[in-house]
Design a protein around this ligand. Structure first.
Ligand code: TXA
Ligand code: MG
Length: 353
């Protein structure tokens, strides 16, 4: 299959081309498109054959459900058997935007889309191109991140093309993605709302609207015996090709520990890389040092994290070290993705070591 790439800018959208992209979805094909979080791999959420194609294109296990993307509030009701009060409040506060809600599904949604579950994850993205495309596609677009299963989610169209060339009909190139981490997922089907995947919308922001919100305990703890409640969080994910270790501790200690290890890796003939903050970017003696942004502005780190992981692959880095981040606010989402990328390999340096 030939994969066509079309360009769309939020400021001047080409309606003809968006109609063409929408028609591909209506006819059962797949189109990757930009959202404010990451690029999505879209198919008709109400067509079981489209969902099967998404799993095949990604190489994703079919028990890992897809998020259904909508473009207006009226389109929520047909998807779900009930709209709890909490969902109305969250939609008012955060939609359109980087929040996904898990709700009891209606008959309309095929089990192929929900990985066999009786619940459906729904999100209304805020990206202008995404909204226009979803409308042209018929209103219901199932979309996982547009990467091959296990790879870092794409925040630039070239990485979508790298993973999906020849596997899907079309890619809408909307340029660089503003947020860079996937949406926060909150489950509203239990007594207490629970965060299944942290994201740009933090626990504190949700609590401001809902009162107490639980967090799935497996999110930051690789040793937790429970199974993550979002099926997708069970798999190794976001992984670069090289092996990776996160080093946590006081800044000076982290720098000297990483440099000590880099020297040994170089001795062993390995090509090395460091994911660094702007504050420390000049301190590391690695072959490749990627600046993820300032520690003072964790949004910057979020936006560049996946790109930096992909660039490590572009430069054939075999051994990667990363600085660590606080788990407050958006730092929780950053650490969740970093820990998964590193297969939970983290070295915690004692204060006075
Ligand atoms: O920001 C995002 O959410 C991006 C963009 C494209 O919108 N999409 C995305 O989709 O990250 P994906 O498929 O890569 O991740 C969806 C996650 C998976 O971990 C999946 O298991 C979980 O959501 N999920 C989907 N439906 C669910 C459900 N009914 N119950 C629990 N978890 C669900
Ligand atoms: Mg994904």
């Amino acid at each position: 299959m030939r994969t066509e790439v079309i360009k769309q800018e939020c400021s001047c959208m080409n309606e003809e081309e968006l109609k063409r992209a929408g028609a591909v979805i209506r006819n059962g094909g797949l189109v990757a498109f930009p959202t404010e979080t990451v690029y999505g791999l879209g198919g008709d959420a109400l067509n079981p054959e489209s969902s099967k194609k998404i799993y095949a294109a990604k190489g994703r296990p079919s028990d890992n459900p897809l998020i259904v993307h909508i473009c207006c509030m009226e389109d929520l009701e047909p998807l779900v058997s009930e709209i709890p009060e909490a969902a109305v409040k969250l939609a008012e506060a955060f939609w359109p935007g980087p929040l996904t809600m898990v709700l009891p599904k209606s008959q309309l949604v095929p089990k192929e889309t929900t990985g066999g579950l009786d619940t459906v994850a729904v999100r209304m993205p805020s990206h202008e191109v995404a909204k226009a495309f979803i409308r042209e596609a018929g209103g219901y677009v199932a979309a996982p991140s547009a990467n091959l299963s296990g790879r870092p989610s794409p925040t630039q169209a070239r990485y979508v093309l790298e993973d999906m060339d020849g596997r899907i009909e079309m890619i809408i190139d909307g340029g660089d993605i503003p947020i860079g981490l996937e949406s926060t997922i909150v489950d509203l089907t239990q007594e207490e709302p629970m965060i299944l995947r942290p994201g740009y919308i933090t626990a504190a922001m949700l609590e401001e609207v809902l009162g107490k919100v639980d967090t799935d305990p497996t999110i930051l703890d690789g040793t937790c015996k429970e199974r993550p409640k979002a099926p997708g969080m069970r798999y190794r994910h976001y992984a670069p090709k090289g092996s990776m270790l996160i080093v946590e501790g006081a800044s000076k200690a982290v720098i000297s520990e990483i440099n000590r290890r880099l020297a040994a890796d170089k001795e062993a003939g390995l090509r090395t890389g460091v994911l660094a903050t702007r504050e420390n970017v000049d301190a590391f003696g690695a072959d490749v040092v990627k600046c993820m942004g300032s520690r003072e502005k964790e949004e910057e780190i979020a936006t560049s994290l996946y790109r930096c992981l992909r660039e490590m692959d572009d430069e054939n880095v075999e051994r990667i070290y990363s600085e660590s981040f606080s788990t407050n606010g958006i730092g929780q989402a950053i650490m969740n993705r970093l820990l998964k990328a590193a297969g939970h390999e983290i070295l915690i340096l004692e204060e006075d070591a």
